[in-house]
Design a protein around this ligand. Sequence first.
Ligand code: ZN
Length: 177
Amino acid sequence: MTHSHLEVFLKRATRWSSVLLAVSTAGVVAVAGPADAAPAKYTHSQAKALLDKAGIRVSSSGNCSNVNNPRCTSLQGINRTTVSGLIRFKRISKCSNITVTGGTERGVHAKGPYGHEAGYKIDISRTPCVTGFVNKNFKRAGQRKDGTRLFRSMNKNVYADERSRNHWDILYYNGSA
Ligand SMILES: [Zn+2]
């Protein structure tokens, strides 16, 4: 190898290794990215302000928002995507009266990685408008053991008709309706 050939070889080798480095870095980022990231959260007052602005009421049988009191309705630690999912649902359903009756409060809801306490779920009153919209526009997705009927939205979120408790229990995997 002449001196100039060596120079060319080294330049190519350097270029290749930086290409390989870029590829492997991109690969690592893609694998360890959004799937492993903890969901972004709101405090109760942040979530409440956004719902207020969207015309969505929050109701609590105990008239309180303490996350540790099962009689309260709390939005403390709710996923941002759950809040935006519900706001988008109000927009597409055009239901004017949407009332939140359950959020992240401890001690009342079934536990689980995608449950209320984890910030993924929200309950809303079972009004004829909401029930009519879900039945008409979302796909049936089987039922729970207790007979609760499940519906899947076009964005893969799950709406459960908890008829006996007079509310819809909604699981938002993402911030769409
Ligand atoms: Zn629920």
